[in-house]
Every structure is written in structure tokens, then in C-alpha cells.
Design a protein around this ligand. Structure first.
Ligand code: OGA
Ligand code: MN
Length: 286
């Protein structure tokens, strides 16, 4: 029997009673989906999850996204995104190389795959190896953030849409990365989503983050400044849970209602190996 114990934090719950060997059937998925809807972030500690079990769990939740960059896909399980600063030959990446630049991109507040027309539901991140210090991941509750704003500001945001662009966010990663080629650009054109999205529980949340290029219909620079200011203003400790990783933690978060970012760590000297699955969502952003 799975149970959810709310963390003594603004969001998140500790999941106990989960057995990765149990078949990921409809009733398990229903239980976990309810927990995710109630808590936005689910934390599982000390789970030894084999890649096959991980993929089966993800698949039971829904279709899995295949990440844009082929070099980050696990060779045996293309749905698994190897989020790692260790090269296949066991050596560590260098600070300035594209993989390190990409990893540092996740140090900005963002919500996964918001650059897609139909962005994902949730991400599942499993810690294979974690550094001794740094590299915690923060999750900020964007329903609480929206609700904390004055009604006038809510009404202003309710009427705006943001342009999310993978080309923009990738080019904006801290460091040099190859720009997108024409094929990638055609696959991931910029998309427009409402700044405030609505959820089945009747609540609304701010939907923004690092993939946002600008505000639709407004001056690009002005829009960027406004988005950055709001992000800075609402990602406070009052709405944030900071997860300190231990080996074999699994964290599942709802990308519809939260923003997240990883805190810096010594990327060129400390090993950090994570496996990630991203569960797609068939529902448009409304
Ligand atoms: C990501 C991400 C967080 C982490 O892969 O998109 O945000 O802790 N990862 O590595
Ligand atoms: Mn992410």
C-alpha cells in the first residue's frame, strides 16, 4: 500500500510502500497520479530501480517523450535521458564543452518541454550517482505563486501569452553550444502558451521558465524583462522545496504546476549521473 506523507515544506510528499518490482498496473498509476495531483512533487528514497523497471513505470503513466538530442538518449532505452557529466568512457566533461553547457542550462528556473505544442505532464528523475555537495534541485509551486499575486496583476497576466522556443533557450544556455540546424528548427518551432494555465482542480498557475523567449505581441526585450522580474519575484522560499539528493532517490514532479532548477555543483570534478524520463501529455495548455 502506497502512502504519501506531506513534507514539512511548501510542497511535496514522501512516498512510502512503493515496490519497484510491482507491476506498474493501472491501480498503481492511479495512486501515484493522485499523489502527484495533490503534492506536485513525489519523493521516493532508497529505491533500486533497474532501467527496465523505470521505463515500465514511465510507460504506465503515459507516452514517453523522446528528447531532442540523440546523444543523450540511453543506447538501450531511448526513452531514458542520460543526464550525466560522465562521458561513456568514464571521464568527466570539461566545464566549457556542450554537455556541461547543457547541464548548466538546467540551473535556470524552467519547466520541462514547455517548448512543445503539447508539453509534458511530469518528469521522473532517478539518482544513480550524486556529488557530495551541491546539486540539490529546487521546485517552486506556481499555483501558490499565482495565488500570492494581487488580483490586478493576476488579471494582467491572465490576458497574456508567452512564446516558448527551444532554439532560444538552447542558444541562451550559459556557454557556447551548437546552434540548431534547419531540421531541428523545423521540428521545434516556437510555440505560444497562456502565461496562466488552468487545472482540473480549479486552480491556476504561472507557466513560464527558461524556454520562454518573449511575450506574444509585446516588444521582445520589454517582455523578457517582465518575465524575468516575475520569475525572480515569485520563486521564493515560501513556495519552494529544495531536494537534497541521495543515491537511489526517485523524484517525480508535475511540470504543469511547478518550476524547477538544479543548484550549481562542481560539474568538471564531481560525478553526477541521473536517469530521466519525461511523460508526455495529450492535453493542450489551457
Ligand atoms: C532536467 C533538469 C534537474 C536535475 O533534466 O531538465 O532540470 O536535478 N534536471 O538534474
Ligand atoms: Mn528540467
Amino acid at each position: 500500500m502506497i502512502s504519501f506523507e506531506p513534507l514539512e515544506e511548501p510542497l511535496g510528499a514522501l512516498v512510502t510502500g512503493f515496490d519497484p518490482g510491482r507491476e506498474a498496473d493501472a491501480s498503481l498509476v492511479e495512486e501515484l497520479a493522485r499523489g502527484l495531483a495533490d503534492h506536485s512533487v513525489l519523493v521516493f528514497r532508497g529505491q533500486e530501480i533497474k532501467p527496465e523497471q523505470f521505463v515500465a513505470l514511465g510507460h504506465a503513466f503515459g507516452e514517453l517523450e523522446i528528447l531532442p538530442e540523440p546523444d543523450k538518449r540511453d543506447p538501450d532505452h531511448p526513452e531514458i535521458f542520460n543526464l550525466s557529466n560522465v562521458r561513456p568512457d568514464g571521464t568527466l566533461v570539461e566545464f566549457s564543452e556542450p554537455q556541461a553547457v547543457f547541464l548548466r542550462g538546467t540551473q535556470r528556473w524552467h519547466t520541462d518541454s514547455s517548448f512543445r505544442e503539447l508539453p509534458c505532464l511530469c518528469t521522473m528523475l532517478y539518482a544513480v550517482e550524486v556529488p557530495p555537495s551541491g546539486s540539490a534541485t529546487q521546485f517552486a509551486d506556481m499555483m501558490a505563486a499565482y495565488e500570492s499575486l494581487p488580483a490586478e496583476q493576476q488579471a494582467d497576466l491572465d490576458n497574456l501569452r508567452l512564446i516558448h522556443s527551444y532554439e532560444y533557450s538552447r542558444a541562451n544556455n550559459p556557454g557556447e553550444m551548437d546552434p540548431m540546424d534547419d531540421e531541428e528548427r523545423a521540428k521545434f518551432p516556437p510555440v505560444s502558451h497562456p502565461w496562466v494555465r488552468s487545472h482540473a482542480n480549479g486552480r491556476r498557475s504561472l507557466y513560464m521558465g527558461g524556454h520562454v523567449s518573449h511575450i506574444e505581441g509585446l516588444d521582445v526585450d520589454e517582455g523578457r524583462t517582465k518575465v524575468a522580474a516575475l520569475t525572480e519575484a515569485v520563486t521564493t522560499a515560501e513556495v519552494t522545496y529544495e531536494h537534497q539528493w541521495q543515491q537511489h532517490d526517485l523524484v517525480v514532479w508535475d511540470n504543469r504546476t511547478t518550476l524547477h532548477r538544479v543548484l550549481p555543483y562542481d560539474i568538471a570534478n564531481e560525478r553526477r549521473i541521473m536517469r530521466r524520463l519525461t511523460v508526455a501529455n495529450a492535453d493542450p495548455v489551457i
